[in-house]
Design a binder for this molecule. Structure first.
Ligand code: SF4
Length: 504
């Protein structure tokens, strides 16, 4: 059987490209980041190991045009195509699925991703999709589903595999119930880097201080906190699964020694904490991997790493730590259910920077309740943190309700959602009613990104470098140049709707 794991090139009317992968929110960029779809990569590897013919078909990272990508896929004539989608590209995927079914009527189309998993019936009604995977464990489900389809011609009627919605005909769908929430991640293979052509993802990525970089097979799927209201890892059916420290260390060693990787980022919602984080850092040191000129990074949340752990991580050559600050007023942090306060954030950042880590802050503006005062508090606090040198880099996004998360549902229930079409959920403009004009949030984005060009911030970066080693100079000249380019395009994207009327 021939299985394509496919990512169509997606280009908007401004010629910007989007990448749907790793459960990230879709944003369109002129110079896009190509994110390795890790779980789909594990699924591809597992199916290949079972003897199936796999096409790793990422039209984005393979720099194809849409037409080229589509023609190549049709020519390959797969038996099954697996897509990954999210709210702002659902319309596109539904149209694409219908087109593909027109050209390849026998091909089974499987939709994955958090939007369709929360509304499976919608995707089956709006397109000719055959199966919606209601599980985030794409690898574990496909590893059972594909052999079942291969061996049972009546699979549509009697498939017993949990977590699926299967089309029988236009109005009859087989619901196989809830998916298995926790899976033994050690059973799923590491991503085969050659199969996914890892170098296509190794260079243009804001999370890599040096290149070539890559994403590790995640140690936590999805997030062990899972309570932030805007996050797609928050759902009554969602929890987390864990991969063992030793298996992950083996992968790091192979990536460094066999592939020459110089930066490894783990995109788990939140990485290990406590004893496992320390065991991991000690493992890196014991294997001598901290002396191989490779940096390590991960996502975490405030309050998860104590000083002893941070000191060990720093010694093991961990640098890039991505943390959601989100906002700097207590009401917003409480409403988002972040589980920490404004002061906790600063206290934690002091510890990170004391031990030589490079915190990267993610901030959002435009919550449907956010007042002028709350917005200003965030702008002021971010300036304070950056000028004090308590964070190295940052990213601001417009808070966009997505994938029927609790925040999305709240916006619908409170009648504050302005967008009527899923295409409008692409994070390029505010789509909720707010207490102050949208332009004030766009101006705040500009102010926050403006910090990167402020002489006080630049002076602070130079002071940092005078304490550190040669790699940090490299950080300024290589990563710094990429970061400035990214700041420019983020500013352009997030403020292009400034001054435009808001339709209600
Ligand atoms: S800590 Fe991060 S990944 Fe986890 S639920 Fe909150 S926002 Fe999502």
């Amino acid at each position: 059987m021939k299985i394509a794991i496919s990512y169509p090139p997606i280009v908007n009317k401004d010629g910007q490209k989007a990448m749907v992968s790793q459960n990230r929110n879709v944003q369109f960029f002129k110079k896009p980041t190509y994110l390795l779809p890790v779980v789909h990569g594990q699924a591809a590897t597992w199916l290949r190991d079972l003897g199936y013919d796999i096409l790793w078909d990422d039209g984005n990272s393979q720099l194809k045009t849409f037409d080229q990508w589509y023609q190549d896929l049709v020519r390959w004539n797969p038996d099954v195509v697996v897509f990954e989608s999210t709210t702002p590209v659902m319309n596109l995927y539904w149209r694409l699925t219908d087109k593909l079914k027109g050209d390849l009527p026998k091909c089974v189309v499987i939709m994955t991703g958090y939007h369709s998993m929360r509304k499976p019936e919608e995707t089956l009604r709006k397109s000719q999709t055959d199966i919606v995977l209601r599980s985030n464990h794409i690898d574990f489900v496909l590893r059972k589903l594909i052999p079942y389809i291969d061996e049972h011609s009546s699979w549509r009627d009697n498939c017993p595999i949990e977590g699926l919605m299967i089309r029988r005909d236009d109005n009859d769908f087989l619901d196989t119930g809830n998916f298995k929430q926790i899976e033994p991640l050690d059973l799923s293979p590491d991503v085969d880097r050659d199969l996914v052509q890892w170098k296509n993802y190794a260079f243009e990525n804001g999370n890599f201080l040096q290149t070539p970089g890559t994403y590790a097979t995640s140690v936590i799927r999805d997030c062990m906190f899972g309570k932030c209201t805007f996050c797609r890892y928050n759902g009554p059916d969602l929890t987390f699964s864990v991969r063992s420290v030793q298996k992950s260390l083996d992968e790091y060693q192979r990536l460094i020694e066999d592939y020459g990787v110089r930066e490894i980022f783990d995109d788990s919602g939140v990485w290990y904490r406590g004893a496992e984080a320390r065991e991991f850092a000690k493992g890196i040191i014991d294997r001598g991997l901290h002396k191989k000129d490779c940096y390590f990074g991960f996502n975490t949340r405030f309050g998860y790493l104590d000083e002893e752990t941070l000191a060990l991580l720093s010694k093991a050559n961990f640098r890039f730590v991505l943390i959601g600050l989100e906002a700097s007023d207590e009401e917003t942090l409480t409403r988002l259910n972040k589980g920490y306060g404004v002061e906790d954030a600063e206290r934690n950042l002091r510890l990170y920077t004391k031990h030589g880590l490079f915190p990267h802050l993610t901030i959002m503006v435009g919550y449907y309740w956010q007042t002028k005062k709350q917005l200003q508090q965030t702008v002021n606090n971010v300036r304070h943190l950056m000028f004090k040198g308590l964070a190295r880099t940052l990213q601001v996004t417009l808070c966009t309700p997505l994938d029927f998360t609790p925040y999305h549902q709240e916006c619908i229930d409170n009648n504050v959602l302005l967008a009527k079409d899923y295409d409008e959920f692409d994070m390029s403009k505010l789509i909720v009613k707010t207490p102050i004009p949208h332009d004030e949030y766009y101006a705040a984005v500009r102010q926050i990104y403006g910090i990167a060009f402020h002489p006080r911030f630049i002076a602070r970066q130079l002071k940092f470098l005078s304490w550190h080693n040669k790699s940090d100079w490299q950080f300024l000249f290589t990563y710094g140049a990429r970061a400035v380019r990214r700041v420019r395009q983020h500013m352009f994207n997030l403020t292009k709707h400034e001054g435009k009327p808001v339709s209600t």
